[in-house]
Design a protein around this ligand. Structure first.
Ligand code: CP
Length: 305
């Protein structure tokens, strides 16, 4: 499959996902054997209007390991001509002429779609505000496949900031491609999963429950998908305080998990997974972050193929 742009998770079907995962496995072998120079004539621009460690650096590493060149700005709001009043559309029109692909993170929902309308090269959405983060969800699914050995027939518990958590939205959409999925949404009262995500799951026959008591859903979970309460998304400190600190994965939670289950987190974490959990083999979040490299190499491969 060749994507013109990667904007949202709904554009992927099961066949596309299996093809992408096959390429990601090939990318693991390429990294192990020292990389490739197959895209030495290609340039990738990273345009980040919000902070990032994993997404930007794993894309940049992915491009480097395929022999390509990287240009970009990590604080595009300050260090691009956006600060002089340039529109997103004009920035994208211009940067398209310098690049073969643009990886963009923006503060606004729908920004990637806007960029795609005027770009002459593929746009990859690296997160658009509280909207979507499709490449994170792709690496999340790849991690579940690797760690659990399947994606069908899983019970996944999504915890934390489900309202603004764009990775949760994208992952919910992707899971609709698989059979017999059960999702439990466990969130503080003021950051519940949005109705539009639930509507999508209803329309696509995905079974879900909203359960505020984590202890009720942990013992049958194959995956605990913890997320950070994103302070930067709240309009007031009071609202943030209401949501924070309610669900923490610690030794007590670990003790009630199945032996063959995993804990995931898109990261960064801010206290919602205790460090005492890190040495448990079920703590998959750092392996998950590493899988981001392989999935993003695979996405670039599909982009340039
Ligand atoms: N998971 C994720 O998007 O991390 P960064 O914000 O560090 O890119």
């Amino acid at each position: 499959m060749q994507h013109e742009h990667i904007i949202g998770a709904k554009q992927f079907n099961r066949e596309h996902l299996e093809e992408l995962f096959e390429i990601a496995r090939e990318m693991e072998r390429i990294v192990e054997s020292g990389g490739s120079n197959r895209y030495q004539n290609k340039v990738m621009t990273t345009l980040f209007f919000e902070p990032s460690t994993r997404t930007r650096l794993s894309f940049e590493s992915a491009m480097s390991r395929l022999g390509g060149k990287v240009i970009g700005t990590e604080n595009a709001a300050m260090f691009s001509s956006t600060i002089k009043g340039e529109t997103l559309e004009d920035t994208i029109r211009v940067v398209s002429a310098y690049s073969d692909v643009i990886v963009m993170r923006h503060t606004e929902i729908g920004a990637a779609q806007r960029a795609a309308k005027v770009a002459t090269v593929p746009i990859i959405n690296a997160g658009d505000g509280a909207g979507e983060h499709p490449t994170q969800a792709l690496l999340d699914l790849y991690t579940i496949q690797k760690e659990i050995g399947r994606i069908d027939d899983i019970h996944i518990v999504m915890i934390g900031d489900l309202a603004y958590g764009r990775t949760v939205h994208s992952l919910s959409y992707l899971l609709s491609n698989f059979k017999n999925i059960k999702i439990s949404f466990t969130a503080p009262e003021n950051v519940q999963i949005p109705a539009y995500v639930k509507n999508f799951l209803d329309e696509n026959g995905v079974s879900y429950v909203e359960e505020s008591d984590l202890t009720k859903v942990v013992p049958t979970a194959d995956v605990l998908y913890q997320t950070r309460i994103q302070k930067e998304r709240f309009s007031s400190v009071e609202d943030y305080k209401k949501a924070s600190g309610q669900y923490i994965i610690d030794q007590k939670v670990l003790d009630s998990m199945k032996e063959k289950s995993i804990i995931m987190h898109p990261l960064p974490r801010a206290g919602e997974i205790a460090e005492e959990v890190d040495d448990d083999p079920r703590a998959a979040y750092f392996r998950q972050a590493q899988n981001g490299l392989y999935i993003r190499m695979a996405l670039l491969e599909q982009c340039f193929k």
